[in-house]
Design a protein around this ligand. Structure first.
Ligand code: PYC
Length: 321
């Protein structure tokens, strides 16, 4: 038992989307910023990612957050987010889950706390009613009305936008966005993603677009829109996706459909809702996303050297589903 590595985790869900925060037992990533430590994690300890979120301990849906000491000492914590196939720049639902975890552990109180992520510092406010508002990194629409041919479907047009991750956002009117259609929606969004890659459509500096967001009207009174978001590893986001909602706000703003301070209520495919709004800060457009997470488990993962699946089942999802 002495060689068994113990990794302390706290699990939560934000609008149905799970987050597993590693609060102890992670690898030593040296010093530096969250971006520096992410490079070390990716290069030298990628098996830790798959051990924490991959099967048999995790699943394709799970997003991990490795808690790290922040280089920026004005921050309450630093975090590196990861999933079944790699690493995320930022994660909105994950930051809300991280805040719920830190509050659960008694490490933060009500009010504002800064969190260092690999793509910048975000500020999150823990509210009395348990909700968390995340002031995200700045968002922008990069390209509008980009059209791609999609296998077996036809042409799909949408916008490329940044909300902490890269998104392609499209309204495809003949696609009903409902939970019973997740199989078809996953297939369609995967084909869109493949076509973007084939046609070399990227975000700024050639960065890959790894999240596809379909949006349409919501049947829920008081809600502005419903979405379906395909995550990089083929799972769909059970929440409305914090970075995806940020990218959506950027597009609405660019189209003159949302003004600074307006509240946008975004529903995800499972029915959970995030509220979003925008503020200008000089040249930047800063989205704030509000949602609520609930802690679901506190446990220790055991990594036994004798276990052939100690590092999880490693997958390559580039060409699937
Ligand atoms: O909430 O930003 C988000 C997110 C990204 C991937 C899954 N959730």
């Amino acid at each position: 038992m002495s060689d068994v590595q113990r990794v302390q985790v706290v699990d939560s869900h934000t609008g149905g989307e799970p987050t597993r925060v590693v609060v102890g037992g992670g690898p030593d990533l040296g010093g530096g910023s969250a971006a520096d430590r992410l490079r070390v994690l990716r290069r030298e300890h990628d098996g830790f990612r798959t051990a924490v979120v991959g099967e048999p301990r995790g699943s394709d849906v799970l997003v991990g957050a490795l808690l790290i000491p922040p280089a920026d000492t004005s921050c309450a914590a630093g975090a590196i987010f990861f999933n079944n196939v790699g690493y995320l720049g930022m994660c909105g639902h994950g930051t809300i889950g991280l805040m719920a975890t830190l509050a659960h552990l008694g490490r933060i109180g009500l009010g504002e706390h800064k969190i260092e992520t690999p793509v910048g510092v975000v500020t999150a406010r823990q509210q009395e009613d348990g909700a968390v508002s995340v002031r995200n990194v700045s968002c922008y629409r990069y390209e509008a009305a980009v059209c791609v041919p999609v296998d077996g479907y036809g042409t799909v047009c949408g916008d490329v936008a940044w909300g902490g991750n890269w998104f392609f956002l499209a309204h495809v009117p003949d696609q009903e966005l409902s939970l019973r259609r997740v199989g078809e929606l996953t297939e369609l969004t995967w084909r869109i993603r493949r076509s973007l890659t084939e046609h070399e459509i990227t975000g700024r500096d050639g960065e890959g677009i790894d999240h596809i967001e379909l949006y349409g009207p919501s049947p829920t009174p008081g809600v502005h829109s419903r979405n379906f978001v395909l995550c990089p590893g083929g799972a769909y986001d059970r929440s409305p996706c914090g970075t995806g909602t940020s990218a959506k706000l950027a597009c609405l703003y660019a189209d003159g459909k949302l003004k600074e301070g307006d509240v946008w209520r975004q529903e995800g495919i499972t029915g959970s809702v995030f509220e979003g709004s925008l503020q200008r800060a000089g040249e930047d457009l800063i989205p704030t996303i509000t949602g609520r997470a609930f802690v679901t488990a506190e446990s220790a993962l055991l990594l036994d050297p004798a276990d052939p699946l100690r590092w999880g089942i490693r997958q390559n999802r580039i060409n699937s589903p």
